[in-house]
Design a protein around this ligand. Structure first.
Ligand SMILES: CC(C)(COP(=O)(O)OP(=O)(O)OC[C@H]1O[C@@H](n2cnc3c(N)ncnc32)[C@H](O)[C@@H]1OP(=O)(O)O)[C@@H](O)C(=O)NCCC(=O)NCCS
Length: 178
């Protein structure tokens, strides 16, 4: 079995829609519209083609991840950030390390592109293995009410988050309905 991580292309869009819908279908914390969110983000200025990745297993696309432009807004300045969301693995292929491969590949590319940090809201028990810590450790807050340990932040360069504090401003597409 060979797993390739590569940027998505228009030929992948229908399959990515299908995977995203299926991955979130049974997730109680989901509003089950993530597949539309992916389409909105793709058409937004927050979209970064190098950070829209698919996982291809023996020629079949089975996973997808997006990292989009965001900011951390402090009292008198703001810092560039990236939001990791959504990440989806087709249900039959979950828990085989594919999500991890997508996340690690994206982190590496984000670092190479010069980004300083990545924010996300997600499973508190999953993301720490990639180095994410509660955003509150840096005085960074999510723009909406979430459990403290679900709002996470990853520093991509040592010291990059020194002095950073504020509220995460996500791409506006996260707040629009489909
Ligand atoms: C979360 C997800 C992207 C992880 O990808 P994956 O390929 O299944 O994950 P990996 O094989 O790399 O890692 C497995 C670990 O993921 C974690 N995990 C997977 N689904 C999880 C869930 N619903 N809740 C909490 N942790 C979860 C577990 O810790 C699991 O470890 P375990 O098998 O030892 O219990 C994938 O399961 C998925 O698409 N889930 C549904 C959509 C979703 O939850 N997206 C993320 C929203 S924050």
């Amino acid at each position: 079995m060979s797993l390739t991580i590569r940027p998505e292309t228009p030929a992948d869009y229908d399959r990515v829609f299908e995977i995203t819908e299926a991955a979130f279908r049974d997730l109680p914390i989901s509003d089950h519209t993530e597949q539309h969110l992916v389409n909105r983000l793709r058409n937004s200025t927050a979209y970064i083609p190098e950070l829209a990745l698919v996982a291809e297993l023996d020629g079949e696309v089975v996973g997808h991840i997006l990292f989009t432009r965001a900011a951390i807004v402090g009292s008198d300045r703001e810092w560039e950030s990236l939001t990791l969301a959504p990440v989806s693995v087709a249900p039959p292929h979950q828990r085989h390390g594919i999500g991890g491969r997508l996340i690690r590949a994206g982190i590496q590319i984000a670092r190479e592109l010069g980004f300083d940090n990545i924010n996300l809201v997600g499973h508190a028990e999953y993301y720490p293995r990639f180095g994410f810590v509660p955003a509150s450790r840096y005085g960074v807050r999510c723009a909406f009410e979430v459990p403290d340990d679900a709002s996470l932040l990853l520093e991509l360069k040592p010291g990059a988050l020194d002095g950073v504090s504020g509220v995460v401003r996500y791409a506006p597409e996260f707040e629009m309905g489909h």
